[in-house]
Design a protein around this ligand. Structure first.
Ligand code: NAG
Ligand code: NAG
Ligand code: NAG
Ligand code: NAG
Length: 688
């Protein structure tokens, strides 16, 4: 970029000051020379280099002042140091890092990413944000620079659309399938998704919807908020969500701002008993990295279930954890999973580059024909150059496998890291307790996933186990996951205060205040439900005469009460305003109607047709006869002779014609039916 800008400027100066032009040219030449010396990754495609370059440059692209960035930065630096110290990898070649800060902004991030690409990097570690990944992936596709993203987890970043995007962490789709398994395990049916309305949030939640649909559950409400929403906006959102029936909340937000949701929820009394909060891995990532245990904050989070990327315990991971303190001198925090993935990404790049160079690959760049023509703007896009060996390096990156800090680094044909797995955490006290694991291989388990990989996958309901959790409000009983719509208040059940037939239902001195057959049935039905249903009975009627049952039904229809129990007859106009249960009692009532005896008459056979109908039939009979007689009279000897003879012939003929026609009509109908059937068949075939 520097060189190009200077070159542009020199043209501007040309006309006026030739001596300045000379100076600028000299400067330009020196600049190019210095550039070539300092940066071995400059254009050397014409000469096949037999020796390895003394240095290769990779870039990093993330927001340094963010939960993920604060963890990733020391990890990437440590990895670069380790690679350079290790004589078995990239021997004789120094791995250099160029850091660019995306500063939590889609715009700045994209600009920074473009600036990074100007530096002829061979691999970029990042970006962290899914939104920037979507934009910048188009750029790297053109420049053939692989992106190793340890932080962009949006499942929509597909390898088909973005071939140079490689995700070195787990896609969020696995977390969403894990949540669906949790929802099934705890027998909930509906969840409310609270998410940040950007690529990351939307991508994750759309997979959650699919995953739940597979388990015959659903997202009953999607509650998005804009990135950087104000406290009052979030409060408004949570108040709305609190009025819903579902009490299972899935929170899929940014680690940097997510914690405030819980403090707002707490102020609304939503971190209490009967609520379920499930957080995706952003929460453990944020908690792992906090420098001190903030007891006040941990108090807010009691009972939350959270998912965390699972990384198997290994000696290398242990030694890295003990090194962590010296890497980040000012903190006591532990690295979150993104630090491990970032560390492994650098090693993955180093290993692939090592193979690339030992195959005789050249680090060379060439101008992009598409960009050269674009030089009209001052942005000088033509300084972006295509990495010639990019295609091969991409192949090597995807086929490299090794065991890193985060476990096995190897990609499957869908370009996901193999063996995605998660820890299921239950936050309590000043930390969190692991209540089990989830693996894509066999679902929920209490044993580490790698012990399951040699067994056949077992996803039967009985094999899905978790240790017990402590829920919000220090409840040990699993929350039901929903409340009655009126916010958990007892159901108001209206009961007729009968004065006759008291066996059905009547007032009672003892609690619950009513008794009778109908009440017994209702109570028995409630005990069959797997959860308690709080309810109170309210009597309707003055106790001197039976109340009007229509009033009772209309009181329910008008939502004065939640339900009515009693010997209420199911009649048409009541079913229009309320729902009835199945009848549980034969009323024994019959309708008695008078039967009128009709005198049988010999002319009863005339009844099916009305008189005009008979007349029309007769008229047809005569007209057909007349037509036949006219046509046949001259030629046919049968139609000659005495008028009586002729009349009989015509009569017979018309009878025959009628019979024949009826027969034909039958045949016709059958034929048409067949055709219809065949038509349907064809349609079926077409549709199928
Ligand atoms: C990053 O953004 C913050 C505010 O959003 C701003 O104060 C800071 O100067 C920015 N840093 C850079 C390097 O642009
Ligand atoms: C996850 O599991 C599904 C089905 O069990 C399988 O098709 C998919 O390949 C698995 N993904 C990974 C990355 O192992
Ligand atoms: C799956 O696990 C359950 C419980 O552990 C066990 O009873 C069942 O036999 C297992 N099924 C298979 C196919 O291994
Ligand atoms: C239902 O029938 C009762 C009694 O005949 C009548 O009072 C009431 O208005 C009817 N309601 C409706 C909705 O038709």
């Amino acid at each position: 970029m520097e060189v190009a800008l200077r070159a542009n400027r020199s043209f501007l100066f040309m006309r006026r000051t030739p001596c300045l032009l000379l100076g600028t040219c000299l400067w330009l030449v020196m600049g190019i020379l210095a550039d070539a010396a300092g940066n071995s990754s400059s254009n050397s495609s014409s000469l096949p280099s037999l020796s390895r370059p003394s240095a290769v440059t990779i870039g990093s692209l993330f927001t340094q002042d963010s939960v993920i960035g604060r963890a990733a930065r020391p990890a990437i630096k440590a990895a670069i140091d380790d690679v350079n110290k290790d004589s078995s990898i990239l021997a004789g070649t120094e791995l250099k890092l160029l850091e660019y800060d995306t500063n939590c902004s889609g715009f700045l991030g994209t600009v920074e990413a473009l600036q990074l690409m100007e530096n002829d990097v061979v691999v970029a570690i990042g970006p962290q944000s899914s939104g920037i990944a979507h934009v910048i992936s188009h750029v790297v596709n053109e420049l053939h620079v692989p992106l190793l993203s340890f932080g962009a987890t949006d499942p929509n970043l597909s390898p088909l659309q973005y071939p140079y995007f490689i995700r070195t962490t787990q896609s969020d789709s696995f977390q969403m399938y894990a949540i669906a398994d949790l929802v099934e395990h705890y027998e909930w049916r509906e969840v409310v998704a609270i998410f940040v309305d950007d690529d990351y949030g939307r991508g994750g939640v759309s997979v959650l919807g699919d995953a739940l649909a597979n388990k015959r559950s659903k997202i009953s409400y999607k509650a998005p908020f804009t990135p950087g929403a104000s406290e009052s906006a979030i409060k408004e959102l949570l108040v709305g969500v609190n009025n819903l029936e579902s009490r299972v909340y899935v929170v899929h937000v940014n680690p940097d701002t997510g914690l405030q949701i819980f403090s707002i929820a707490n102020s609304l009394g939503m971190m209490a008993g009967s609520y379920v909060w499930i957080a995706t891995d952003w929460l453990p990532s944020a908690l792992d990295l906090s420098d001190t245990v903030d007891t006040e904050r941990m108090n807010l989070l009691q009972g939350v279930i959270a998912l965390r990327h699972y990384t198997p315990d290994s000696s290398t991971k242990k030694s890295f954890l003990s090194r962590w303190k010296s890497l980040k001198s000012e903190t006591t925090a532990t690295p979150n999973s993104y630090a491990l993935y970032a560390y492994d990404s650098v090693w993955l790049a180093a290993r692939a580059l090592d193979t690339f160079l030992s195959e005789g690959g050249n680090i060379s760049f060439s101008d992009d024909a598409k960009l050269v023509g674009l030089n009209r703007s001052a942005l000088s896009f033509s300084t972006l150059r295509v990495f010639d060996g990019g295609t091969r390096l991409l192949q090597l990156l995807l086929t490299t496998n090794f065991t890193g800090l985060s476990g096995e680094i190897q990609f499957n044909p869908e370009r996901d890291l193999i063996h995605p797995a998660l820890d299921v955490l239950n936050i309590g006290g000043t930390g969190s307790r692991r209540i089990g694991y989830w693996s894509n291989y066999s679902g929920l388990s209490v044993v580490p996933p790698e012990t399951l990989y040699d067994k056949p996958p077992n996803r039967s309901a009985s094999s899905q186990t978790l240790y017990s959790a402590i829920w919000p409000g220090e409840m040990t009983l699993k929350p039901r996951g929903w409340v009655f719509p009126n916010n958990g208040k007892p159901l108001q059940i209206v009961v007729p205060n009968r004065v006759s037939y008291k066996q059905f239902v009547a007032k009672d001195k003892n609690p619950p205040g009513v008794k009778g057959f109908c009440i017994d049935i209702f109570e028995a039905a409630l005990t069959l439900l797997p959860y308690p249903v709080p309810h109170v009975y309210i009597l309707l009627g003055d106790g001197k005469s039976n109340p009007t049952y229509n009033d009772l039904v209309y009181a329910v229809a008008e939502e004065k009460f939640d339900a009515a129990v009693g010997d209420i007859a199911i009649v048409t106009n009541r079913t229009k305003v309320v729902d009835f249960t199945q009848p549980y009692m034969e009323s024994g009532l019959l309708v008695v109607v008078p039967v009128k005896k009709e005198k049988s008459s010999p002319w009863a056979f005339l009844k099916p047709f009305s008189l005009p109908m008979w007349c029309v039939t007769g008229a047809f009979f005569l007209s057909v006869g007349a037509v036949v007689w006219i046509l046949e009279h001259r030629l046919n000897p049968e139609f000659r002779g005495s008028p009586r003879q002729q009349l009989i012939t015509v009569f017979w003929l018309v009878c025959l014609i009628h019979l024949k026609r009826e027969h034909c009509e039958h045949l016709g109908t059958v034929g048409v039916d067949h055709m219809a059937l065949r038509g349907t068949d064809n349609q079926l075939k077409l549709h199928g």
